[in-house]
Design a binder for this molecule. Sequence first.
Ligand SMILES: Nc1ncnc2c1ncn2[C@@H]1O[C@H](COP(=O)(O)OP(=O)(O)OP(=O)(O)O)[C@@H](O)[C@H]1O
Ligand SMILES: [Mg+2]
Length: 388
Amino acid sequence: MIFKDKDKLSPRYIPKFLPHREEQIKTLKDFLWDSLQNPSDSYLKVLQLIGDVGSGKTVTTVRFGEMFQNEAMKRKIDLKHVYLNPKVHGASRIILYRYLVQEAASEVFSANLNAEELLTELTRHLKRTKKYLLISFDEADYFVRHSKESVIYDLTRLDEISPGEPTNILGVIFTARSTKFYKKLDRAELSTLGTFLIPFNSYSSKEIFDILEARVKEAFRTRVVTTDVLEYISNVIPKPPVNGDIRYALDLLLYSGILASNYRAEAVSLEHVRRVMSAIHPSITDEDIINLSYKGKIVLLAIARALRSAKSPYVSLRDIRSMCSLVCEERKLKAIDEIEEHVQDLADRDIVDIKSLMSIGISKVSTEDLERFLEGLIERIRIDVDNG
Ligand SMILES: Nc1ncnc2c1ncn2[C@@H]1O[C@H](COP(=O)(O)OP(=O)(O)OP(=O)(O)O)[C@@H](O)[C@H]1O
Ligand SMILES: [Mg+2]
């Protein structure tokens, strides 16, 4: 048995604790917690969470919203967090406001109301019933790209619906992958959006390791996923072409686990992970290899064979050297002495992964497939060379 609970790897699952997002959650608290002291006098606070794909913005928003709701409950404040996502709920103003009103105050919802009326009815209802809201607007950049409607303007100026007194909407949290969407906003929108921005850096490999380690404990049986496998995945994710998207890491764990299950293996091996990587993220193309020099191909072949015989994700430069001598001997080729340069060139092309001279590996491709592919290729070249 490989899995304890496969669903813990699903994109819909949000862990209770979010390692390495403590700082962002603290900043959110510092900014919004005060509003709970005297909510009826608190003006709307607007903030933005900005960070690249898979940097934990959505999960942080959802968890923070929950914390805020719980804190309000403790203080006997009737507050709800409403999460809006134009990619999920629809990228149009009226659809989003309908959703918002249905979630926040279904009593006043009517399909006959237009967008402005929906917001007015909502704020009036909140006042009347002493209810409060925190709104998260996820994928704001996507919305702005897809729609010319000024939702950002509306949501940042909610307090102006009844000038002079604050509405019962305490905060609006916008989320985007970068600040590039500012270009599509007009000056009024930009100024109400404000400058309070919480950056979400892409996760480092150490951070990814911690996040995955926690997830593995929930999803897999003990000892099924070893530190080796986790380190391997954590090292691959921050680099191109994945660029830190931790979703890919979770996919890798899920599919590697499924593969291990299918083979009735007792644990997830590096080979399982590499297989999945080559299937869901093919990156060393035929063209990449064809573009290499002949010696470059031999060195790559040596790396692949060294990795395979070491049964490890990484081998040392020394291992590569001795495997390279063997390959040259077998093929009756002159020994290659500038191996290090070739390894570096392979790394620059993003085919090889150099952590240190002691640990060189290949990301993304099953070494098994790579070796066979190279063997065939070199064979063809040899015939070319022999014939010509
Ligand atoms: N700190 C964390 N702890 C645990 N899991 C995390 C953490 N950060 C991200 N994840 C996991 O990674 C997945 C992607 O995170 P999330 O959806 O929050 O990224 P995002 O920044 O919103 O990306 P996008 O810009 O593509 O929407 C989540 O489903 C979650 O399972
Ligand atoms: Mg998101």
